[in-house]
Design a binder for this molecule. Structure first.
Ligand SMILES: [Zn+2]
Length: 194
């Protein structure tokens, strides 16, 4: 059996079956001097820790309009999102946010602004981080992860068709701050059950 690239997927919940160091089947036990169950290799001793992942993105603004991208990938295919995605190794969160803006919208010119929202999502094992961003050249060239990228007037945001609560709550905070004319950092947590 062969797996085509289009068949690749990301299993959830995150757990490993085999050791990435020696390929031995893993045990799920509490390692000595630890306090929670981990995937542990009883052959080579590797402990495969699983920790939250960072999702980094931008709130891109062009002349009082906000840029959103329509997702061409699961989850939440065909819904609107702020440009955002998983942080890669060896980049800063700011670099990752700009990279995602480039990959998803292909904005010709963008300047990163201050940190705006930091949102813990414990149920998903994620932390979402959004930066303010000012677009300096509005031409767009969306990549394969986006069906479309479009500028929305503040009163025309497609609230009923947004991709994630981290996106909708970040937009709510952005509009409230824009109304006040004063932007601050918003830290909060969201859970699927609330
Ligand atoms: Zn091993």
């Amino acid at each position: 059996m062969t797996t085509k690239p289009s068949d690749f997927y990301f299993p959830n919940p995150r757990s490993l079956h085999y050791c990435t160091q020696c390929a031995n089947p893993l045990a799920r036990i509490i390692p000595p001097d630890d306090n929670r169950v981990r995937d542990v290799c009883l052959q080579c001793g590797s402990v495969h820790y699983q920790n939250p992942r960072n999702v980094v993105g931008v709130i891109p603004i062009w002349e009082n309009k906000i840029l959103l991208c329509k997702r061409a990938i699961e989850p939440r295919y065909n819904t609107w999102t702020l440009p955002a995605g998983f942080m890669e190794l060896k980049e800063t969160s700011a670099e990752g946010a700009l990279r995602e803006a480039d990959e998803e919208a292909g904005i010709a010119g963008i300047e990163l602004g201050p940190l705006f929202s930091v949102i813990d999502v414990p149920s998903a094992g994620q932390v979402h981080i959004f930066y303010l961003a000012t677009i300096t050249q509005p031409e767009l060239n969306p990549g394969p992860e986006s069906l479309e990228a479009r500028y929305f007037e503040f009163d025309a945001i497609p609230w009923d068709n947004l991709s994630f609560r981290t996106v909708s709550t970040t937009l709510e905070h952005y509009l409230a701050d824009a109304k006040k004319g004063q932007f601050s950092i918003h830290y909060y947590s969201l859970d699927e059950n609330h």
